[in-house]
Structures are given as C-alpha cells and as structure tokens.
Ligand binder design. Structure first.
Ligand SMILES: Nc1ncnc2c1ncn2[C@@H]1O[C@H](COP(=O)(O)OP(=O)(O)OP(=O)(O)O)[C@@H](O)[C@H]1O
Length: 634
C-alpha cells in the first residue's frame, strides 16, 4: 500500500494550501515527505486559500448538490480510480477528476432509479395496484417511446403538476430538471453538454433492474466474524482525544463572534481600519468591518460571504460550526469533547466508491494505522444547505455508535472541501448487490432488522429521523454486517415531529410529498416516514428494481403522484405471507397506522430469521467475489 521508495511527494500535497492569510502566500511551507518521515520538502505554498476563491456557486446544482470541481485537475488523477491499483493522496482534483456532472456514468448505471425523465405513460390500471415483478417485461414494452430527451428533461408535454404535489416539491423537481440539463465543465475545464444518461436514454438501459439473477448462495451456518481491518478500525475509532488538548481550541471558543468580527478559533480579526485595502470593495462583509484577504475579495463582493463569516474562518482555514464542531486541516473537535486528528497527509486515495448528491466517496488508506476507510469529500459551497448537511452528518456520525451505523474516524477541512472519514464497507451498498432481486428471505429479513436497529438507535438515543433510507445508504461488509450511512439530510425530532421538507423524493413517504397540515407548503411528518422508506427499500431489494418503475410514468410528477394517490406496491406472490405482512405494514399510506421500530423488530418475519442461522458472512463474501469477478456490473 505504501508508495514506492523515492516517489516524489504526491502532487496533491504539493498543491495543498491551508492558509488564507495573504502573508502566507509567499511563504515557503515545510511539508513532511510521506515516504520518508525524516525528510522534509520545502514547498512554495500555493496562492493563499486559492480553493476558497474557487468556492463557486455556479458549480452546484439547484438542489445544493456538489458537482465537479472547478479547480485544476491532476492530469493523472483518473488513473487512481482503479481499485487496488495505483493510488495517490487526496488532491483538490479528486472530485474534479470526473468528467461527469457530479456523477460518473458508472454511478448512473449503479443507481436503481433515476429520479428524472420517465419514459412512457402507464395505464391507470398499472398504477392502481402494484405487485411488482421486475423480471416480467413491462406491460407496454412494445409501445413507442418518446424520442430521447436530455437528461432530466422530460418532454414538455409530460411536465405535469398533479394537484396532490406540493408547490415545494414541484419547484424542486423543476430545479432538478434544470440542473440536470445544464452545461458542466469537464476535466479539461471545458464546458460540455450533459451526456445522455445510459439509464434514461434508451429502453434497454431502463430495464437495468431486471438483469438476470446472479448465482444464488445458500444461506446457512454460523453468523459472520469480524472483518480483517476491524480491530485496527476499532482502535482508530477509539483513539478519540479529549477535546481540551493544549493545541486545539477549547469548546468555549466556539462562540458566536460579536457583530463586526470574524469568529476565529484562535485569532480574532479586528474590524479593519477605514483605509484598509480589504474594505475597498464595498462588499457587505467589508461594510461590516470584516477583513477580507485579497484572494477572497472578489468572492466576498459577489456572494453573501458575511452570512457565513461565523462558520468559515478564512484566516485560519477552519470551519466553525457554532456550538458543534471546529474543523481545520488537522482534524475536527466536537463540543461534546471528542476530537479526531486525521488529516490529508495521512490518507492515500485508492478508488472512487461512488458519487452522491453532495459529495464523492473514496476508498482510502489511512497510512499511520493501515486501516482502509471510506472518505466522503464534500465540496463546500456558500449555501446554507451544504453547511447544514455537513454538520448534520458529522454530528450524527461521531455520536451515534452502533453496530448498525458506520463508524466515524475523523474529518478535516482543507482546500475548500470537507473530508469525512468513516468505516469502509467493502461489499458496498445494497443497490449494487440486489441485481435480479434477493429472494432469500433470511438475508432480506436480516437486512431489514439491521436497518431497523440503526434507525431505532437514531431515534431513541439521538432523537433523529434519518430521512434518506434507501438501498444506496445501506452498506454491507464482508463480515456480513449491515450498516446505515449518509446522515446529511437527517434531522432532529422536535416532540417527535419534523417540519422539514428535504430528502430523496423517490423514497419519500406520501405524507412528505403531499401538502400537509402545516400549510404554506410546509410538510409535517414523523419518524414513521422512515418506516415507509424502509418498506420501499426492502421491497426494492426483494424484486431487484425500484418499486415505482420509472418507465411506467410520463414524468416524475406522475410518479410522485402515484406514490401519494395510488395503491402501495406489493411483493410478488412467491414471497412468504410474513414477508408480505412486514412490507405491507411499512407501506401503509396512513403514517399513523404504520408500526413503530419496536413492533417491527419483533415482527414474525424478523423473529423467524433472528432465531435461525442465516449466513450473512457467506452471502456477503459471495457478493464481494462476484463483484471482484465482474459478475455484478452495477
Ligand atoms: N462507508 C462506505 N463504504 C463503502 N462505500 C460507501 C460508503 N459510503 C458511501 N459509499 C458508496 O458511495 C456512494 C455514494 O455515497 P453518498 O452517501 O455520497 O451518496 P448516495 O447515498 O449514493 O446518494 P445521495 O447523495 O442521494 O444520498 C454510495 O452509493 C455507496 O455505494
């Protein structure tokens, strides 16, 4: 895993710049040579905080998601995206290495459901009762398809706005379509038109979920044992240093700055003098007396920088989430007292694992410990939603310790991106494993149990709704463990009610989609919404495709309308009555009659397989081998 002797300092580190201080821009910085800890290389640091000047809202889609980076790209970066092949330290170019607008085509292939253009209209009969069998051809398979449209752009005639959908949802869908059809910079910096998604572009791709069944593995024998890295990983996770260390800011430093001052964890910038150059741009920030480094000046004058001055400390290069956490290039301190000291120089990127709506996830090696981990890179934007997602994910990950939730190893902020290091789940996410459907009910039941326990921990110990339960957020390791991840859109329950309308639309419960009792387009829903998503997720894994087949609907509006107004989808008849009952209970349209976590945890379908041997370890290993052999392409 180590770099060959004599290898030069990784290009990424040479580009790494952690200081926003203009004075630092001309200084020579000494950075340790990773290949020879005793040697130090003198580098001319790059222009001060150049990355912050690249924090460009134009690089993000309307839903606040992060697309490819604007920063310069390491020309050889793409060569490091091969699992187990060459590797490199993370670089600023890591997220920009993709030439896709946020997601690689590979990722698109791996997505079970494109929440975008839908191929054709289904009969109302189709939608009224869905007992889905994805291995059956669609009813209208021979019908003429509308001519292909750009990604995310349904034919104008299909842009329906069913009355059941809130205006908020309609706006989000429109914004999503607009973002998907927007030009994007490729890895050469040129602008290109978004390629047609292989999923939405033609019929054969649409039927991806109906791919042939992979060889089934018999499920029996003892439960799996811990993975190879697990001991090291455990010690890494346990290496949480008390926050009140001498070198790090104390929690009481995480206070809101008085008006007119940047809240610096270690340095507070006094209001600039009248003649100060930094005030000359007349930005809102300068009017408030904030000292803006030259590299940020244009940025500051064009964006509501001052809005985020309490969070983004340009001088020290840290992110200060009030009362929650401080992140900088050295690690993260939580106000709870936990401190994690992983930093960029310790990490070597091994492969890209996937792209989400607001980040890219990499497999990486943590050199000091030898632990393989997953690192999510979230390119910062000056959008409140991004900050909220980052702090929510960090907050939940570090405090929610459960065998059913991925472990947190640390985080740091460098070059305008937040890097979140977490447990690597080597078999991957469920969307990559259910091809053809998981017909082994023992495996399905164990997965359902694990997700239930993860959600139960979030709710009972942390008062949190996950809000984004779906196959991509259910991860598997080769020990056969199933864990939840992705807490970016999670949220606190306030008196068991949340009034926040965010999340992945396709897995949203009807009550989240409909205009709720809250009025003003604000939805009111409870933790029961996660149970709907759990039911839909289990059903999807069982049948091998998203239960509301995209090509059955003329538009995403029609699809969402079906979720709100149609009969819930059902398992095919080949599944047991207990499995049917479990899924049907989760997918009740009326949230108040859906069972709670405790009731579902003791459901007969769950208990049946808790009390019998289900060899998740063998199942997981077989999937891992199958993926390694290329039998599972997605
Ligand atoms: N800890 C992990 N171990 C292994 N693979 C992971 C891990 N975390 C994420 N992944 C992979 O990276 C992909 C991207 O994850 P990410 O959380 O960024 O987005 P997502 O869940 O796919 O989409 P969205 O942003 O819509 O929630 C996942 O689909 C999963 O396959």
């Amino acid at each position: 895993m180590s770099s060959p002797p004599g290898a030069s300092l990784p290009h990424a580190l040479q580009q790494m710049s952690i200081s926003a201080d203009p004075a630092a821009s001309s200084q020579t910085q000494s950075i340790p040579n990773l290949d020879n800890p005793n040697a130090r290389l003198d580098l001319q640091s790059s222009s001060s905080y150049s990355s912050l000047s690249q924090l460009d809202n134009s690089n993000h889609n309307d839903s606040g998601s992060v697309s490819s980076s604007l920063s310069s790209s390491s020309s050889d970066d793409s060569t490091h995206n091969v699992p187990g092949d060459e590797h490199d330290s993370f670089s600023r170019s890591s997220s920009s290495s993709s030439s896709s607008p946020g997601r690689s085509s590979d990722h698109l292939k791996s997505r079970p459901v494109p929440p975008v253009r839908l191929g054709r209209r289904s009969s109302s009969k189709n939608r009224s009762s869905l007992a889905v069998n994805c291995n059956q051809p669609a009813e209208n398979a021979g019908s003429t398809l509308p001519s292909p449209s750009p990604v995310g752009s349904p034919p104008a005639s299909s842009m329906q706005y069913p009355g059941g959908l809130s205006s908020d949802i309609q706006e989000k869908v429109k914004a999503f379509h607009a973002a998907r059809s927007r030009s994007f910079p490729d890895n050469t910096g040129n602008s290109a038109t978004a390629p047609t998604s292989p999923i939405v572009g033609n019929r054969s791709s649409i039927s991806i979920p109906c791919a042939p069944l992979p060889p089934k593995v018999p499920v029996s024998g003892p439960k799996g044992s811990a993975g190879a890295d697990s001991n090291l990983a455990r010690s890494l996770a346990a290496a949480r240093i008390p926050a009140r260390s001498a070198t790090l800011p104390k929690p009481n430093k995480m206070r809101r700055a008085p008006p007119g001052k940047l809240d610096l964890s270690s340095n507070t910038t006094a209001p600039s003098s009248a003649g100060d150059e930094s005030n000359s741009n007349g930005s809102m920030a300068s009017r408030r007396g904030l000292k803006i480094p030259p590299s940020l000046r244009q940025f500051a004058s064009e964006t509501p920088f001052s809005t985020f001055s309490d969070i983004l400390d340009a001088k020290s290069g840290s992110l200060n989430f009030k009362n929650k956490a401080i992140l900088n290039a050295d690690g993260v301190n939580f106000s709870s007292g936990s401190s994690f000291r992983i930093n960029m120089s310790e990490i070597i990127k091994l492969a890209e694992l996937g792209k989400g709506n607001y980040g890219v996830v990499y497999k990486a090696l943590h050199r000091p410990s030898g632990v393989t981990m997953a690192v999510k890179e979230i390119r910062l934007s000056l959008e409140e939603a991004t900050f909220n997602q980052i702090i929510m994910e960090l907050d939940i990950l570090h405090k929610a310790t459960s065998p059913y939730i991925v472990d947190f190893y640390g985080a740091f902020f460098v070059e305008g991106s937040v890097f979140i290091c977490m447990e690597y789940m080597d078999v991957g996410s469920m969307d990559k494993l259910y091809v053809g459907g998981i017909t082994d009910e023992g495996v399905l039941s164990r997965i359902a149990y694990a997700v239930l326990q993860g959600l139960k921990t979030l709710k009972e110990e942390h008062n949190i709704i996950h809000r984004d339960v779906k196959p991509t957020n259910v991860l598997v390791n080769s020990s056969g463990q199933i864990k939840l991840c992705d807490f970016g859109v999670s949220g606190n329950l306030v008196a068991s009610i949340s009034k926040t309308n965010i999340g992945c639309q396709s897995y949203m419960a009807p009550e989240r989609i409909r205009v709720g009792g809250g009025g003003n387009g604000v939805l009111t829903y409870t933790v029961q919404a996660d149970i709907w998503s759990l039911g839909l997720t289990i059903l999807e894994m069982a049948i091998g495709c998203y239960p509301y087949p995209p090509d059955s609907y003329t538009s995403i509006f029609a699809q969402l309308s079906a979720i709100c107004d149609g009969e819930p989808p059902r398992l095919p008849s080949c599944f047991s009555s207990e499995a049917h009952d479990f899924v049907n209970r989760c997918l009740q349209k009326n949230p108040s009659v859906r069972p709670g976590y405790q009731e579902l945890s003791t459901h007969p379908w769950i208990l049946k397989y808790q009390n019998s041997d289900v060899d998740m370890h063998t199942w997981a290993k077989a999937n891992l081998e199958s993926r390694a052999a290329g039998n599972i392409e997605r």
